[in-house]
Write a protein that binds this ligand. Structure first.
Ligand code: SAM
Ligand code: SF4
Length: 351
């Protein structure tokens, strides 16, 4: 990757006077957190995320590493303090570490508070040390079961040992790990207490997620949906749940388990909407800006990127235009035989 010159594009963005104002949406929410999907491709095929025969995007539609770096830099210039790289599986993107290195300069000069990523962990053993060296401190690793057979079935072929090796490498590199677990009625509901005990035993917090109706998958999501209110009750029958004011800037609400000292987060887009405090937007690997995970709103940034290689002003204008109409919230619902609320898959939008 030819390093995209951070200083130049950052200064370009800053020197435009309208660009200096922070990004604030019509509901007064300050947008300081951007999730960037660096690829729609993945080495796994989690049943709730994508169909077995997933149609991936043509490469020409996907932003280059330079374009991804430039988008991130422009957002930093507009007041973004936290960047999360995601996918698809971010660690299967060729040249991924070059992108991380490029973005990490914003950490070093104090323009960015946090650079983090969400990964399935299968390749983490090869990346953990380099990520730590680039200033990444925390990562989210998605893991829905500790049973190798269930893992293989749920991910359609994944090897749990690889994830475990990735977690060991993250530990060794000093990365703080949070486990993300999608609660699935048929596949892991009964095992969630074991997962929590295991995660806390290893010093990892764990966040539970309700399955969301994003994109068509092969299975019927109503069969798998479970409200986290129910899971919370189960956990409360085993451990003492204490309120915890801990916030990561994300949508999770946390409790601490008195007996383990670890935290459990709950992301409940279906049973409790978390939109009031939403400070996030998402950029897909094709350069589409989505200001709400649960709405079909979309702004193309790729056109501005590609038609104006040396001028960030059109990109800034497109971003500002999108934030000016960020929806108040989502209206997800899961109903039998209903179309997904949002047509795009989570692997396209980025989790
Ligand atoms: N491949 C990486 C991973 O699995 O962590 C990053 C991308 S993945 C799309 C991000 C997160 O979205 C994962 O924690 C995954 O479990 C979650 N996810 C995917 N599809 C989902 C859905 N339909 N509802 C809720 N969470 C979903
Ligand atoms: Fe891949 Fe992550 Fe989707 Fe699983 S959840 S298929 S690991 S993108």
């Amino acid at each position: 990757m030819t390093p995209y010159d951070a200083t130049d594009d950052f200064l370009t963005a800053r020197s435009l006077s309208p660009a200096r104002a922070p990004l604030v949406d019509p509901f007064g929410r300050r947008i300081e957190y951007v999730r960037v999907s660096v690829t729609d491709r993945c080495d796994l095929r989690c049943a709730y995320c994508m169909p077995e025969r997933m149609q991936f995007l043509p490469r020409a539609e996907v932003l280059s590493l330079e374009e991804l770096s430039r988008v991130c830099t422009v957002f930093v210039g507009l007041g973004t303090r936290k960047l999360r790289l995601t996918g698809g599986e971010p660690l299967v993107r060729k040249g991924f570490m070059e992108l991380v290195e490029s973005i990490s300069r914003h950490l070093r000069r104090g323009a960015l508070d946090e650079l983090t990523l969400t990964t399935n962990g299968t390749n983490l053993d090869r990346f953990a040390a380099d990520l730590a060296r680039c200033g990444v401190k925390r990562i989210n690793v998605s893991l829905d079961t500790l049973n190798p057979e269930t893992f293989r079935r749920l991910t359609r072929g994944g090897d749990l040992d690889k994830v475990m090796a990735g977690l060991d490498a993250a530990d060794a590199a000093g990365l703080k790990v949070k486990i993300n677990t999608v609660a699935l009625k048929a596949d892991n509901l009964a095992d969630i207490p074991d997962l929590v005990a295991w995660a806390h035993g290893r010093g990892f917090d764990l966040t539970l997620i309700e399955t969301m109706p994003l994109g068509v998958v092969d299975e019927d999501r109503t069969e798998q949906f479970v409200s986290l209110d129910q899971v919370r009750q189960t956990l409360a029958s085993i451990w003492t749940l204490e309120g915890d004011a801990y916030a990561t800037g994300g949508p999770a609400r946390y409790v601490r388990l008195a007996e383990t000292g670890g935290r459990v987060g709950f992301i409940t887009p279906m049973s409790h909407n978390f939109c009031d405090t939403c400070n996030r937007v998402r950029v897909t690997c094709t350069g589409t800006l989505h200001t709400c995970l649960g709405q079909d709103d979309a702004t193309d940034l790729r056109g501005a990127l590609r038609s104006h290689p040396g001028d960030d002003a059109p990109l800034v204008e497109a971003i500002r235009g999108a934030i000016a109409v960020k929806p108040k919230g989502h209206d997800f619902h899961i109903a039998r035989d209903a179309r997904p609320s949002v047509a795009r898959h989570m692997s396209t939008t980025g989790g």
